[in-house]
Design a protein around this ligand. Sequence first.
Ligand SMILES: Cc1cc2nc3c(=O)[nH]c(=O)nc-3n(C[C@H](O)[C@H](O)[C@H](O)COP(=O)(O)O)c2cc1C
Length: 339
Amino acid sequence: MESKLFSPYRIKDVTLKNRIVMSPMCMYSSDTQDGKAAPFHFAHYESRAAGQAGLVMTEATAVVPEGRISYEDLGIWSDEHIAGLKQINEGIHRHGAASAIQLAHAGRKADLKDPIYGPSPLPFNEQLQTPNEMSLEDIQNVITAFKNAARRADESGFDIIELHGAHGYLINEFLSPLTNKRSDNYGGSTENRYRFLREVITAVQEVWNGPLFVRISGNEYHEEGNTMKDFLYYAGEMKKQGIDLIDVSSGGVVPAPIHPFPGYQLSYAEEIKRRTAIPTGAVGLITHGIQAEEIVQNERAELVFIGRALLRNPYWPRQAAEELGFTLEGPRQYARAWK
Ligand SMILES: Cc1cc2nc3c(=O)[nH]c(=O)nc-3n(C[C@H](O)[C@H](O)[C@H](O)COP(=O)(O)O)c2cc1C
């Protein structure tokens, strides 16, 4: 069968061999607690590339040490991280997949003993620390950290960068009226709440010409949170700034319950794509090839991000192809078992 899921997708100079993306997933496996990649990471990312995902994206990778979720997070705050990230890239590229890195700062959701910060001094919950309110100098420092991280991502050989603007981490904390109570230019109106992300994007683009994605939470599950009107404003601005794709997740801004079902976040990706004509990625309980094919065929999103299903099975693309009756080429080494 002809399959759109298994058709190439081109973004700038990067061609993905299919529309399947390994969704970013924290592995908390930087055992040395200095943000460096460990043997686990090399096997983990290379095996999803061997499994024929078109794009393999790393987990949230911290742009500063205090922007980690845990001490075991991957980091990119120093040139010393480049060698390990290069090795991750070599493993991914060996199998014809493209690579992406998710650049992140945990903001008030950093579960660390060090001082943490955010746009406003409001804790996420009773377990996490109350963040210090960021000064204008703190804001500039983090913007510079994202830019330096993008330069290192380039030197490490990544094809694509994604900025983590979802799940209640720092960028999301600036975007959301639930977490941003600032009275300066970085808070208040929708335009002002977007300012931090705008400046991060501009800074990254000074050193990075390649494809740039942003992940957002397209629903905050709280009546005083961002609304679709706000998200459409952000998406429109991102489009004007030259963002190539918005990867639409949801939740995590405040501890609100989420009731997931197959494709539970898809309608947000679809609405943003339809109303602002920016390419989107769909994510969230997409577990079957037929479901993924439907999403791209009906142009509800350009790319399909697969999380837990790919954790369970690095060869999920093969399983999806089988469901669709599509003949997918596998690694030469596995030829006797693949068909
Ligand atoms: C173990 C685990 C770690 C995750 N870490 C991240 C992360 O680092 N960055 C991110 O944006 N999302 C993260 N997520 C969310 C996934 O990328 C994905 O959006 C979510 O799991 C829903 O997709 P799924 O139903 O296909 O798993 C994580 C999810 C899991 C299960």
